[in-house]
Design a protein. Structure first.
Length: 281
């Protein structure tokens, strides 16, 4: 019975979403928000109905209701893990890595031999697996959040660097010649022409790095962590077969990652409003 109800709810949401997407109100912001919300509710209802109707064991796949109960029962634990992993590890490493990459990109643009020497090394380091970097950082910086921030710095630095270096070369030669004709110095050309032209490239790197930062902080906690943190909690809860708590941590991580990515995307729209990619948004 629960499966039939879930399928009916899913089909009803499908019909409503299809109607909204084809309606004359499809371009409205409220409709653009309602469509993914309804789609998500339909998936949750289908998930709940299948797990309940087929009596799927909780250690295989807990129902959304069980995950919600786990979230409510472990709010202090989830908050402590959020602060340790997201705020201390991921966010601090993201800021340090992106800020350092921005400064180094300007230096690379100013000193040509660094472009030939540093970028190939950057591509090599960016290809290194996190499971190889994390244990080294834990040995260097200890078991607390500093080692996780160091892992995030390494993961964030090179994607932002490569995109920023490409962005600094995005302005047209004619535009640079015009700045030179007006007597603009290197720094005036950088600030008034090349940095604005590089912003779409920079935000492309920042959005990629936003996802990598969260992944890096969580995975790094599996190689050494105090008794707090999302990665630590997931690994210990799996050992205890507390799968609702595992999924609760995953839900918090997904929500935090989505909010962070949305913030970077909103900042991109505010800064690069002039770019063709932002028209009509």
């Amino acid at each position: 019975m629960s499966i039939l109800f879930a399928l009916g709810f899913w089909l009803a949401c499908w019909v409503v979403n299809a109607s909204l997407a084809r309606s004359r109100f499809a371009a409205q912001k409220s409709v653009r928000i309602a469509i993914p919300v309804l789609f998500g509710l339909a998936i949750l209802a289908l998930w709940q109905g299948i797990v309940t109707g087929l009596s799927v064991p909780e250690v295989i796949l807990p129902a959304p209701s069980s995950i919600g109960v786990a979230i409510g029962a472990n709010l202090p634990t989830l908050w402590a893990d959020f602060v340790q992993t997201i705020l201390k590890g991921a966010l601090s490493g993201y800021i340090l890595g992106a800020g350092s990459a921005f400064a180094v990109a300007v230096l690379v643009d100013r000193v040509p031999f660094l472009r030939a020497g540093l970028l190939p090394i950057g591509n090599f380091v960016a290809a290194l697996p996190i499971v190889g970097i994390a244990p080294i950082m834990v040995m260097w910086f200890g078991f607390d959040w500093q080692s996780k921030a160091a892992v995030v710095v390494v993961m964030v630095f090179f994607p932002v660097l490569v995109n920023m270096v490409a962005g600094l070369s995005a302005s047209d030669r004619m535009q640079r010649d015009l700045m030179a004709t007006w007597g603009g110095s290197y720094w005036q050309t950088l600030v008034k022409l090349r940095l604005p032209a590089a912003m779409p490239f920079l935000f492309n790197g920042l959005k990629i790095a936003a996802t990598l930062a969260l992944i890096g902080a969580i995975v790094a906690e599996n190689f050494g962590s105090p008794t707090v943190g999302m990665g630590f909690r997931i690994s210990t809860a799996v050992g205890q077969l507390a799968l609702p708590l595992v999924w609760a941590e995953i839900a918090v991580a997904a929500l935090a990652g989505s909010v962070f990515y949305g913030f970077v995307a909103a900042l991109e729209r505010a800064v690069t409003f002039w770019h063709p990619s932002q028209r009509g948004r």
